[in-house]
Design a protein around this ligand. Structure first.
Ligand code: SAM
Length: 235
């Protein structure tokens, strides 16, 4: 019988490129110009590095950013190999459109890792790569005009409990003066996050408006929606 879940047992230290971020979060460059932007957790994504080249001010944070740069890159390489092997077991769970095949997917992950690695030392010195362990972030309230969170919350929903999700979402909201966007809303088994209704009810009770928005990207089958959060206006 075909497997119904990507069979990994840890949160992978991998990352996506600027182009992938633009699609998964339905971003427009004008929005990124209203800097600063937080990418959390950023893993080995090259979004901060590439956005910087286009004149946007993006801070990336991750629980592993206190590791020496060489170790981080080596971990990124190991986790890319892990994903390559594991996706080979379950190709039917994915839409092979944006990525033509597994090699194409992996070359995109390697490109992201290479751009991330190239930017890392300078970025650490400039305070653009910051170690942070959710659900606590080392930033003041309202620091970022936009906060992006991809491939962590909801995706690893069977490893992270609902209370952790709630605490993370409120912390991402705390450091945002505008919006928080989260992608995807389904897990490694393609199913919509099991506690989504509970989370939406919680956010509403905390004065946060949540909107589910379709995006122009689908790799995991059915995972083509993001969550967009904004503080409810009081008048
Ligand atoms: C799959 S990567 C996502 C990277 C990027 N956002 C993307 O979409 O390509 C998930 C990241 O979450 C990080 N992570 C795991 N637990 C965390 C925590 N409690 N706080 C911050 N980062 C965490 C991992 O180190 C990993 O780099």
């Amino acid at each position: 019988m075909k497997k119904a879940r990507l069979d990994i047992d840890r949160v992978a230290f991998i990352g996506r490129t600027y182009d992938e971020y633009m699609r998964i979060f339905a971003l427009e460059e004008s929005l990124l110009k209203q800097c600063p932007v937080l990418d959390c957790p950023a893993g080995a994504a090259s979004f901060a590095a590439e956005a910087g080249r286009y004149g946007s001010d993006v801070v990336a944070c991750d629980i592993l950013y206190d590791l020496p740069p060489d170790e981080l890159v080596a971990k990124g390489e190991r986790d890319i190999r892990l994903i390559y092997d594991k996706i080979g077991e379950v190709p039917h769970l994915y839409v092979w459109d944006y990525y033509k095949n597994r090699d194409d997917l992996i070359s995109m992950r390697k490109k992201a890792l290479a751009l991330f690695a190239e930017d890392l030392k300078r970025g650490i010195a400039q305070g653009r790569y910051v170690k942070a362990s959710l659900p606590r972030l080392p930033f003041a309230d309202n620091t970022f005009s936009l906060v992006l969170s991809a491939h962590f919350l909801f995706l690893y929903g069977d490893m992270l409990d609902p209370d952790f999700h709630k605490a993370c979402l409120m912390e991402l909201m705390r450091v945002s003066s505008g919006e928080v966007r989260i992608f995807p809303l389904s897990g490694l088994d393609l199913r919509p996050y099991r506690h989504l209704d509970e989370i939406l009810f919680f956010l509403d009770s905390e004065g946060v408006d949540a909107e589910i928005v379709k995006v122009p990207f689908e790799f995991q089958r059915g995972a083509n929606r993001m969550m967009r959060l904004r503080r409810r206006s009081t008048h």
